[in-house]
Ligand binder design. Structure first.
Ligand code: AMP
Length: 420
């Protein structure tokens, strides 16, 4: 095994792709910041119990995919597999819900860890931007979050993503539906694993990707036919608000998502250019989660968008983000005296806000000019002892190849004029 290999299911972000990642993270977050969401950052690990309660003991995430460990001090911790439980825990701990300003609207961005079977678009370490609106039951809040996600994808230039929408009911109508579904599923010819699911989490069976299972599900009772009046009205309002905002969606009565805690509005964004791992983001309402982790009743809604898969979706559509070159001026000094003088100019340019780099390592002119071209800079400053003795430097436009002398005392102002 080579020492220089990232762990299985992970990869490093290195330039220039890493710049695209940063740009995607920023673009996904930008609409949230304009909509009153405050930034929250929680630890990369939490107690296992938080996820067991908050994500669900019966989910694959908790039973199979969690990086759980015992610390030297005996605490049972896990690397976070998702963001919602942690963010809610943090909001409750800081009593944000008691400040008299509900909903508490928070956004986050970070690394998440799931011990999954790696494949394209599915990693053991991945990156999400997420949002949670805690403590309000209002169809406009569900609509707001969905619209913000759509706007984020559009601002990146994504075109062919689709929004799937469903309602999972609430604590009134969901249990009745669950029982009806269990009755139906018990009459099918299913393997032992799937049978066990019928008792623990029957809705997940609807999500089974196998064709043989899907065939048997024809005629299964659907949540949408069992919604109580309150849930029906709520869902209808969400749909109307989305339509009014020009957001297209597809009703998907089988959309249940992987986590136990969802109620009412549930949605997923899928991109057809990604193969089997097509979900680029998803979320929904989780009215019971706060109580599940020991908090007060706080109906909430949120989403998480996958940064890795959004980058893959952009690649699939051939969208290139406009990422500004990190270096605009590259400085080449020939000789000791010139190095001292130009290194001072580099610092001055940077302080004046011009992204500038320097030919380090005492390279000769030819190699230094190669570095200048590779840096993506628009201009190179080149000077040797003779230029400086004459009081100037050479300013070369790396696009046109034109070169002209500029007085040393003028160079910063001249470049600021040209670039800033
Ligand atoms: P989830 O909470 O599972 O719905 O995840 C939300 C989003 O995070 C998904 O839509 C994916 O875009 C992304 N995501 C989840 N798991 C992974 C993974 N193992 N690798 C890469 N992206 C993931």
């Amino acid at each position: 095994m080579s020492t220089f290999k990232a762990p299985k299911g992970t990869y490093d972000l290195i330039p220039p792709v890493s710049e695209t990642f940063l740009a995607v993270r920023e673009a996904l977050a930008a609409p949230l910041r304009r909509a009153g969401y405050g930034y929250v950052e929680t630890p990369g690990f939490e107690s296992v119990e938080l996820f067991a309660r908050g994500v669900g003991e019966s989910t694959d995430i908790v039973t199979k995919e969690m990086y759980a460990f015992t610390t030297k001090g005996g605490d049972e911790l896990a690397l976070r597999p998702e963001g919602t439980a942690s963010v809610l825990r943090a909001a409750l701990e800081a009593n944000l819900h008691k400040a008299g300003n509900l909903p508490v609207k928070l956004w986050y961005s970070g690394s998440y860890y799931r011990y999954e079977r790696p494949q394209k678009g599915r990693y053991r370490h991945f990156s999400q931007v997420g949002a949670e609106a805690i403590g309000a039951e209002d169809p406009a809040l569900d609509a707001e979050l969905i619209i913000l996600a759509v706007d984020a994808y559009k601002s990146l230039g994504l075109r062919t993503f689709r929004l799937l929408l469903n309602s999972l009911g609430d604590k009134e109508c969901r249990p009745v539906y669950r029982a009806a579904l269990q009755d139906f599923l018990r009459g099918l010819d299913l393997d032992d694993d799937t049978r066990r699911r019928i008792d623990i989490n029957p809705l997940r069976v609807l999500d089974d990707k196998r064709e043989a299972v899907q065939k048997q599900l024809t005629g299964a009772p659907m949540m949408r036919d069992h919604l109580c009046e309150a849930c029906k009205t709520y869902h209808e309002q969400v749909r109307e608000l989305l339509t009014a905002a020009g957001v297209e969606f597809e009703d998907d009565p089988k959309l249940v998502r992987g986590l136990d805690y969802y109620t009412r509005t549930t949605f997923e964004f899928v991109h057809d250019g990604l193969g089997s791992q097509s979900a680029v983001g998803g979320g929904g309402r989780y009215d019971g989660l706060s109580e599940m982790i020991g908090g007060p009743e706080l109906p909430s809604v949120g989403w998480a968008l996958g940064v890795d898969r959004t980058v893959l979706a952009l690649e699939a559509e051939g969208v290139e983000l406009h990422v500004p070159a990190s270096t605009q001026v590259f400085t080449v000094a020939l000789g000791e005296e010139a190095r001292r003088t130009l290194f001072g100019v580099v610092t001055e340019l940077r302080r004046a806000g011009v992204p500038t780099d320097f030919a380090f390592g005492g390279k000769g002119l030819k190699n230094a000019m190669k570095s200048a071209n590779r840096s993506g800079a628009r201009y190179a400053i080149v000077a040797g002892e003779r230029d400086l003795a004459e009081g100037g430097v050479q300013l070369k436009d790396l696009q046109s190849g034109e070169q002209a002398p500029v007085a040393l005392g003028e160079i910063v102002a001249e470049l600021r004029r040209k670039l800033v």
